[in-house]
Design a protein around this ligand. Structure first.
Ligand SMILES: [Zn+2]
Length: 297
């Protein structure tokens, strides 16, 4: 039988609004070997830290909700006001690479230097040590967890192995969900490679609220992910408003930051119940010698 996640008294589920504060850095990492970059995409992304972040911060202030913001070092250093503005509103700041590097494309040593640079930047600019990491593109490797632990980070928020916090060995995972990630719905490059047009805000509101209600009904943690250059657009702020309105009006829903959720998990009876190995299986060890020709061909 499925073991229920145990929440404090009078709480039945949690809600944590997260913002991946990346503007140009993902494009710069992807295009690092190219001689020129699409200016159309660059300007779309730059909107995020010219206007989008202010739209989101104003909305959060209106609903009195503190978010968790995962910020690449590139964005923090090229906009010296950024971390200060997030910290001023008491939002939690977590790490998101230097140039939004995809972890699986790095060596452990490179990743360690990136995490170290991230911690140093947040401490220097805000005076507070970050507790969490979110992997760009949500890809992780088993060794990356060792690096996070050595750097003194307590949680990662990149994977979806439960609908509530859990652990991969000694690192707490604050689970994300693709159906409530705005990039899936709104990213549109205009280069002819897009697979579908950007979704309307109204239909996205409906599908995201369905996900929220489903997770809440089963006692999980709702962790939506938005980007200033996508949901921060003026015509998509109604999505952020709908989520915050829903969270504020749902009885028994704990509105918290990812760091608060990780700290709760670490001190709760759930810690021993939802702990798994981060090691990857080795498919070849399950292959029968000579009998599965299709697999060995
Ligand atoms: Zn990102």
């Amino acid at each position: 039988m499925k073991e229920p996640y145990r929440w404090p008294e009078n709480i039945r589920a949690a809600f944590c609004f997260t913002i991946d504060v990346d503007a140009e850095s993902p494009q710069l990492w992807r295009g690092r070997r190219q001689t020129s970059l699409s200016m159309n995409e660059l300007e779309q992304r730059r909107y995020g830290l010219r206007e989008g972040i202010w739209n989101l911060l104003e909305t959060l202030r209106r609903y009195e909700v503190r978010a968790t913001c995962f910020v690449p070092v590139y964005e923090a250093e090229t906009r010296p006001w950024l971390l200060e503005a997030l910290a001023r509103d008491n939002h939690e700041i977590g790490l998101h690479g230097v140039l939004h590097e995809v972890v699986s494309e790095l060596t452990p040593d490179e990743f360690a230097r990136i995490v170290e640079k991230g911690v140093e930047t947040v401490v220097r600019r805000t005076g507070t040590k970050p507790a969490g990491f979110r992997s760009p593109a949500w890809e992780m490797t088993p060794w990356a967890f060792d690096v996070l632990q050595k750097a003194g980070l307590s949680y990662d928020s990149s994977l979806s192995g439960h609908d509530h916090p859990y652990s991969l060995d000694d690192t707490i995972e604050i689970p994300i969900q693709w159906p409530i990630d705005d990039a899936v719905f709104f990213r549109y490059s205009g280069t002819g490679n897009d697979r579908w047009p950007p979704r309307s805000t109204a239909e996205t509101v409906k599908s995201w609220l369905d996900v929220c209600e489903g997770i809440e009904r089963h006692g999980g943690a709702v962790i939506p992910t938005v980007h200033p250059w996508l949901t921060g657009r003026s015509y998509r702020i109604p999505l952020a408003e709908a989520l915050l309105e829903h969270a504020r009006n749902t009885a028994g829903l704990w509105i918290c930051t990812a760091g608060e959720l990780a700290a709760y998990h670490a001190a709760s009876p759930n810690l021993g119940s939802f702990r798994h190995s981060r090691e990857l299986p080795v498919p070849s060890s399950f292959m029968l010698q000579g009998e599965l020709a299709c697999l060995s061909a």
